[in-house]
Design a protein around this ligand. Structure first.
Ligand code: F6P
Length: 743
């Protein structure tokens, strides 16, 4: 009501200003118009009487002149008439006012007219030149102008009344319109709030009504989503909170994951087709996330029975026992695998990014294949995308060129790329012949993630050194070719609680089972190392430490066994084959020198272990050693912590694995320092249970809280914020375009 009164008041105020502005003009118009009217009448009097007056004056017939003058002066407006000869008033009517003098009339030779204000009223005097017998004179006609003032006052009153009426009418009209609009707005807001509450989509609104209802509906939904997301960020991240984040923040969005390694491999064996989960940190992290989010995962179909297991579109629903997403397999020829996977990715980029003192090999033919395979995956992404703006999660160093290729094909996609291995410093990166192309390719991403801030900084330095771009160090973003890419650290993690933990027996049972399987006595202390047979993992250095341990701490001989599980990997490459041969020879040598009948200090198990077996080993161990020479994150360390729900066991962790930034309660070691490593082994084997518990609890809290759902959630939240910002930018740009088209 107050708003309506305000609208009416404003209308009245505007009308009052108009009246005040108009009134003086109206009065002066009436005065000028009346004066012109009287002047006209004076001229009429003069032209009617002139000849007669001249004739009578020529005969000096004063009686007739005065008679004529009196007759003309009978007109009610004519006050008096006179005849001036020079400055002398020779003839006049009786009521000629005393203030009149011929001096003013004689001032002009021609016709003149002027006003005299006397006795409270105005008198208009019109003087007309006459020539009588060669003598110059003026016929003067005096008009009483007091009627003009009366007429002006009347006009003012009438205009005032009319405008006041109009103002009141306008105020009433404005108030009524405001009332009607307010009613529609209120109804629209009520409906929008109701729709937001019930989750009903708000239909598009009339063009003539401001889109307030839709706006409020959107804002409420966004507030609600943000509230739920903030709540989720402060509670546990799990599949449900991740799903909720996805549906609140990226509602209706399509998620596509792209990686080289597939999460499920179908292999043909003597027992038929067997499903294998590969030894891959990437798969361990991403599989539970994709299970929670749904969508499509595009990967290289590398299993011997993969082709038999897909449908006509190369798709298979996974996980096989409870499908929740689609695995789309891409087939690569032997030649493609040679050039792209073994060559460019694993002989070029892998050693380039890891400081493990293995020289990278850069072959142009490999790079051509790498480019071609990236193109192949880009086509697969386009084929799988059902919308023009999917969220695409590109994984790892196999696809440095893919983000740009997708951006060119799907400009509205949100591309989140994650680089799972370290990023070297700019100088080291500079030896790569494809450095500009790699940076260009990655900057096709909307968001580019690394495990640590240090890797982000190295990448920004590489951008700074090798391409023309604008780097915003405060926002950690790069603007390149007009497009912005955010560079962010997202420390990868594992699912919590791990699926593999669910089927595990008690710690005692696991210890017993493992000891039995490996032929170890019940009091044998066990250390484990579990990884792919990769030179970055520091397996050789670790074995040498065990060798030293028996020299420096001989009391452990016969009482400690180190179980080294090494899954064969990239065995086509000479560097990997040599590593395996060297490790096998070293283990034999150590076992010969330090072993006894029935005692082998190193058990080297070169075969793939599934997650259940891995977790059983973790639970049976006293210590777990992760002594990578260089590692992006290393999820083995986190899995060991997750497996130890008894809060015992000690983790020895390399300072050069990303995980050491988070798991600072581990015994952090330099894998190149054999002496210090030996001390760490001894310390771990003698650590009191209480200290083990303290450390393990803190590490478990860390892994529980910063689990892989949080890792994915943080990236999806960043993607959602980016999409909202881009949506607003697009709306503003569209508005500008419309405005300039209408101009
Ligand atoms: O560390 C990089 C990475 O892609 C990991 O994510 C994964 O554990 C490993 O390499 C797998 O290597 P590949 O797929 O070559 O066996």
């Amino acid at each position: 009501m107050r708003l309506i009164l305000r609208f009416g008041g404003i209308a009245i105020l505007v009308a009052a200003i108009v009246i005040l502005a108009v009134l003086p003009f109206a009065t002066s118009f009436v005065e000028q118009w009346s004066r012109r009217d009287v002047e006209l009448r004076s001229r009429l009097v003069f032209s009617t009487a002139r000849d007669q007056v001249v004739e009578l004056l020529a005969h000096n017939d004063s009686a007739q002149v005065e008679k004529l003058f009196e007759r003309i002066a009978t007109d009610e407006r004519v006050l008096a008439i006179g005849y001036c000869e020079g400055q002398q008033l020779r003839f006049q009517t009786k009521n000629m006012p005393s203030f009149f003098s011929c001096a003013q009339a004689a001032q002009s030779d021609g016709e003149s007219s002027f006003t005299i204000r006397e006795q409270g009223g105005n008198t208009l005097i019109s003087a007309f030149p006459l020539n009588v017998n060669g003598r110059a004179g003026h016929l003067v006609v005096l008009h009483d102008m007091s009627f003009v003032e009366r007429r002006g006052t009347q006009a003012r009153s009438s205009i005032l009344l009319a405008l006041a009426g109009v103002a009141l009418g306008a105020a009433a009209l404005v108030a009524t319109i405001a009332l009607l609009i307010m009613r529609r707005w209120v109804a629209s807001i009520r409906q929008a709030m109701e729709n937001a509450r019930t989750g009903t989509p708000t239909p598009s609104v009339d063009e003539d009504l401001p889109a307030i209802g839709k706006e409020i509906h959107d804002v409420l939904q966004e507030l609600d989503a943000t509230r739920r997301t903030i709540e989720a960020a402060h509670t546990d991240w799990n599949p449900e909170t991740l799903r909720a984040t996805l549906s609140n923040e990226l509602s209706g969005s399509e998620v596509i994951v792209v990686s080289n390694r597939e999460p499920y491999i179908h292999n043909r064996t003597e027992d038929g087709i067997v499903l294998q989960i590969p030894a891959s940190g990437l798969v361990a992290a991403l599989e539970p996330v994709t299970r929670a989010c749904g969508g499509t995962w595009i990967a290289h179909g590398s299993g011997t029975a993969d082709r038999e297991s897909v449908d006509a579109y190369d798709r298979v629903a996974v996980p096989p026992d409870n499908p929740s997403y689609t695995l789309r397999r891409v087939w690569l020829t032997e030649e493609e695998q040679e050039g792209y996977y073994y060559g460019a990715a694993n002989e070029g980029l892998w050693p380039l990014c890891h400081i493990a003192f293995v020289r990278p090999a850069f072959r142009e033919s490999d790079w051509r294949m790498y480019r071609a395979v990236n193109e192949k995956f880009a086509e697969a992404v386009v084929a799988e995308a059902k919308r023009e703006d999917p969220v695409i999660l590109v994984q790892d160093y196999h696809f440095a060129l893919l983000p740009r290729m997708i951006r060119e094909r799907l400009p509205r996609a949100t591309i989140v790329t994650f680089w799972h291995i370290p990023w070297p410093n700019a100088e080291t990166f500079g030896i790569c012949p494809w450095r500009e192309e790699i940076v260009d390719g990655l900057l096709g991403s909307s968001i580019l993630g690394f495990h640590t801030q240090a890797h982000c900084n190295h990448f920004l330095d590489a951008v700074d050194t090798y391409v023309e771009s604008r780097i915003d160090r405060e926002r950690d973003s790069v603007t390149y070719g007009g497009e912005e890419t955010l560079i962010r650290p997202y420390p990868i993690s594992i699912e919590w609680p791990p699926t593999a933990l669910a089927g595990q027996k008690s710690i005692e049972e696991c210890r017993h089972a493992v000891r039995q399987r490996l032929g170890l006595p019940p009091d044998m202390r066990i250390g484990v190392g579990i990884e792919r047979f990769d030179y970055t993992k520091g397996i050789i250095d670790r074995m040498q430490v065990i060798d030293n341990l028996f020299t420096e701490y001989p009391e452990w001989k016969g009482r400690f066994v180190f179980v080294q599980v090494a899954a064969p990997t990239r065995s086509k490459l000479a560097s990997y084959r040599q590593l395996q041969e060297e490790a096998e020879a070293l283990a034999r040598d150590i076992n010969t020198r330090h072993g006894t009948e029935g005692y082998e200090p190193i058990k080297l198990l070169i075969r793939h272990h599934g997650p259940d077996q891995v977790f059983e080993l973790f639970r049976a161990a006293d210590i777990c050693v992760v002594s990578s020479l260089h590692d992006g994150m290393n999820l083995v360390a986190k899995e060991f912590v997750a497996a130890r729900d008894d809060e015992s066991g000690v983790l020895i962790l390399s300072a050069f694995a990303g995980a050491s930034r988070e798991l600072s309660e581990a015994l952090i070691v330099n894998p190149y320092n054999a002496h210090a490593m030996g001390e760490a082994f001894n310390r771990a084997l003698t650590m009191p249970p209480e200290e083990q518990r303290e450390r393990m609890r803190l590490m478990r809290d860390q892994v529980r809280e910063r689990n892989v759902y949080r890792w994915a959630g943080q990236m999806l939240l960043a993607a959602s914020r980016l999409r909202k910002r881009l949506r607003i930018r697009r709306l503003i740009a569209a508005g500008r375009r419309r405005a300039s088209a209408n101009a």
